[in-house]
Ligand binder design. Structure first.
Ligand SMILES: Cc1cc2nc3c(=O)[nH]c(=O)nc-3n(C[C@H](O)[C@H](O)[C@H](O)COP(=O)(O)O)c2cc1C
Length: 346
């Protein structure tokens, strides 16, 4: 494939991802595991709900609430609209945001501006994004630095997506030797590197190896939400690829299990929970289990595709739900959610 053909193929794939995610059922049938937990209701919180404090910080940057708009898109005109709407909402509500894989912006610099949201999100904790496997396909420090520079990003998310690549027609499946390359990148890049899955989860063992390699934070992106095997199956023309995606539609480590097992081996690592969080109660459970930030992708995409108002409503709902959990557990701030006994396994 020539470079131009490759850039065109990446752009088609990005457009397909948005279309499939917005039009088809792309969710896991198995769950996040968060339904196995219940908060202990406090009938006398001794708090005024208006005093509940959701503020926090992540990688040294303050946030009004522990929420992240997970990495999604870029590279097409629809992606530009969505990214800029998401970024404006992140700025207005002072929550964090990631953009989708920026590989396309390196392949085709004319679409780089579809990612360049810093102009509308000057204070936002903003994450650049690339598939870690690209380190085996001619991408290195200079490309990663360009991605970070384009966004004036606070950190680079390296997503790990072996299943997605395996079920994708012409996926990039050479994951050999990547840990060493990730370690070199972490040493050389001036911003923190975050290791993230895309919906199949990160185990405690892999998290430990990634932390030893020098990543500064982990986003578990566990199973129970958007299934990339399903997304790729929906867009595949080849019957074998369609079948592969369907077979592995429910593959992965549930989000709740990722959080608890990683927290057990890495008590202080900055930890993002994502994968199937659908409301502020899910987010609160993830935080109570040990996450520092709660990330959502598909719900933000659906709202952003609808309108700025729908996006604003979604963020307000998430904040109201989170606040209500804190109020009804007698927790004045996020850290109090982690007190023993507040979240019970049922
Ligand atoms: C349309 C779409 C595009 C995505 N593209 C990326 C991407 O480029 N990089 C990445 O790290 N994750 C990507 N993801 C994965 C999400 O960041 C997230 O890990 C996953 O969808 C699970 O979260 P959810 O269940 O809330 O959707 C994408 C998700 C969606 C819905």
């Amino acid at each position: 494939m020539t470079l131009a053909e490759q850039a065109a193929a990446t752009q088609t794939r990005k457009a397909d991802h948005l279309r499939v995610c917005l039009e088809e059922d792309v969710q896991f049938h198995c769950t996040t595991g968060l339904e196995r937990y219940r908060f202990t209701h406090c009938c006398l919180p001794e708090l005024d709900r208006r005093d509940v404090d959701l503020t926090t910080s992540f990688l040294g940057k303050p946030l009004a609430a522990p929420l992240l708009i997970s990495s999604m898109t870029g590279g097409t005109e629809l992606a530009r609209l969505i990214n800029f709407r998401l970024a404006a909402a992140a700025q207005q509500h002072q929550i964090a945001m990631g953009v989708g894989s920026q590989r396309i912006a390196i392949e085709n610099p004319t679409v780089a501006t579809t990612f360049a949201v810093r102009s509308v999100a000057p204070d936002v904790l903003l994450f650049a994004n690339m598939g870690a496997v690209q380190l085996n396909y001619c991408y290195g420090l200079s490309e990663c630095q360009r991605m970070v520079d384009l966004l004036e990003a606070d950190a680079l998310v390296l997503h790990l997506n072996p299943l997605q690549e395996a079920v994708q027609t012409h996926g990039d499946t050479n994951f050999r030797g990547l840990l060493t390359k990730i370690a070199s990148l972490c040493k050389a890049l001036p911003v923190p590197v975050i290791a993230k899955e895309v919906g199949n989860g990160i185990s405690a063992t892999m998290a430990q190896q990634l932390l030893e390699a020098g990543v500064s934070a982990i986003d578990v992106a566990g199973a129970g939400g958007t299934s990339w095997a399903k997304v790729e199956s929906e867009r595949a023309r080849d019957p074998l690829q369609r079948r592969l995606g369907q077979t592995f539609a429910n593959w992965g480590i549930p989000t709740a299990d990722c959080i608890t097992t990683i927290r057990a081996v890495a008590p202080t690592v900055p930890l993002i929970a994502s994968g199937g969080l659908r409301n502020g109660l899910d987010a609160a459970k993830a935080l109570a289990l040990g996450a520092d930030l709660a990330g959502l992708a598909l719900p933000f995409l659906q709202a952003a595709a609808e309108s700025e108002a729908a996006l604003d409503t979604l963020v307000n709902m998430l904040i109201a739900e989170l606040t209500t959990v804190l109020f009804c557990t007698g927790s004045p701030h996020i850290a109090a959610l982690r007190q023993t006994g507040i979240l019970q396994r049922i």
